[in-house]
Design a protein around this ligand. Structure first.
Ligand SMILES: [Zn+2]
Length: 355
């Protein structure tokens, strides 16, 4: 199995601020750990460097006014899009490079120069809307890549976007909300307890896209077993019925139990198992075509390098029997189950899918 890892040293340039959770060390520690573990020495792993996405590709998703504003703010040396999302002199260049990284991963998978691709870019993109950025995101890298791929390849008609970031993918959801050619599915910590506050079960899509957006908001401390049940009982049956030509994972690694800004209790081994399911799903529906793009993950020295290693091991088909955790996980005495939310999703989506 060949796995491509897409990375560029310029992904380290942009900073919101030196102490912001989304800072350059997120990638530096992961790259160090992958180097130490010998990931880049393996025959089945190839490290590639992307180019920036074209302005034409960005403009398929984002409004001209927003792109002009982002570019000018960055060229001027910086500014602020919201309380937690700061533009630096590097943001314009790096956002284009992040979107270009995801485009590169998708192109290489569709063209079969690798079997799957893990895009390790920053900044992430799933909170970026067509006309604004927030939540540490500027350009919606997934949407830019999906539109580019649908435009470029006749064989890619339907795309599945599966987001397992702890936060709801509000930007991605809205961009594809009325589009049945992209099935969007998200499992996230419920908006009652976490930014951005959206992602309820009844947000199912609209017009032609009605039924093609699946939200599963879960309670804090849900953990591996709850996540895997959501995958088995909701995501897999819907995805198999949809039968996409490409499986795309917005791989947010901030569900890990060490993450400082969320509270979900997923382990690195839980991530390995979820990625194994995504690999199996892609084998069955899209001839193995699978792209995963790093989203959140703020346990910079602890969780993130370990979860990234776990998903890379799954994607490369390595021996994953000994996935390590950065600390011992003590599950809570009362762990919430997902019975209620799974039942609600099934009854809400019953008219669209065989659930
Ligand atoms: Zn997140």
């Amino acid at each position: 199995m060949t796995l491509e890892i897409v990375y560029h040293d310029d992904y380290l340039l942009h900073e919101h601020s030196p102490t912001h959770p989304e800072r350059r060390e997120r990638l530096m520690y992961t790259m160090d750990q992958m180097q130490e573990e010998g990931v880049f020495d393996l025959d089945m792993v190839e490290l590639v460097e992307p180019e920036a996405a074209s302005e034409e590709a960005l403009a398929r998703v984002h409004t001209p006014d927003y792109l002009d504003r982002l570019k000018e703010m960055s060229m001027r040396g910086g500014g602020s899009l919201s309380g937690d999302t700061h533009v630096s002199e590097h943001t314009w260049h790096q956002s284009r490079l992040a979107a270009g990284g995801v485009v590169r991963g998708c192109r290489d998978v569709v063209e079969d120069s690798c079997e799957s691709s893990f895009v390790m870019a920053r900044p992430g993109g799933h909170h970026a809307f067509a006309d604004r950025g927030h939540g540490f995101c500027f350009t919606n890298n997934t949407a830019v890549a999906v539109r580019e791929i649908q435009e470029s390849y006749d064989e890619v008609d339907r795309v599945l976007v599966w987001d397992w970031d702890a936060h709801h993918f509000d930007g991605t959801q809205e961009i594809f909300y009325s589009d049945p050619s992209v099935l969007t599915m998200s499992v996230h910590q419920t908006g009652r307890t976490l930014f951005p506050g959206t992602g309820y079960v009844d947000e199912v899509g609209e017009d032609e896209g009605e039924g093609f957006n699946v939200n599963v908001p879960v309670l804090p401390k849900t953990g591996d077993s709850g996540y895997l049940r959501v995958v088995e009982e909701v995501f897999e049956p819907v995805a198999r019925e949809y039968d996409p030509d490409l499986v795309f994972v917005e791989a947010g690694q901030d569900c890990h139990f060490t993450d400082p800004i969320t509270d979900l209790g997923v382990t690195a081994d839980g991530y390995r198992r979820m990625m194994e399911r995504a690999v199996d799903l892609a084998e069955d529906v899209s001839g193995g075509d699978l792209v995963a793009s790093l989203c959140g993950g703020y346990g910079i020295e602890g969780g993130l390098p370990y979860t990234n290693l776990a998903v890379v091991a799954s994607m490369a088909g390595l021996d994953t029997s000994n996935i390590r955790e950065p600390a011992v996980y003590q599950p809570p005495q009362r762990q919430p189950d997902v019975d209620d939310v799974v039942a609600k999703v099934k009854s809400t989506h019953d008219e669209y899918w065989n659930l």
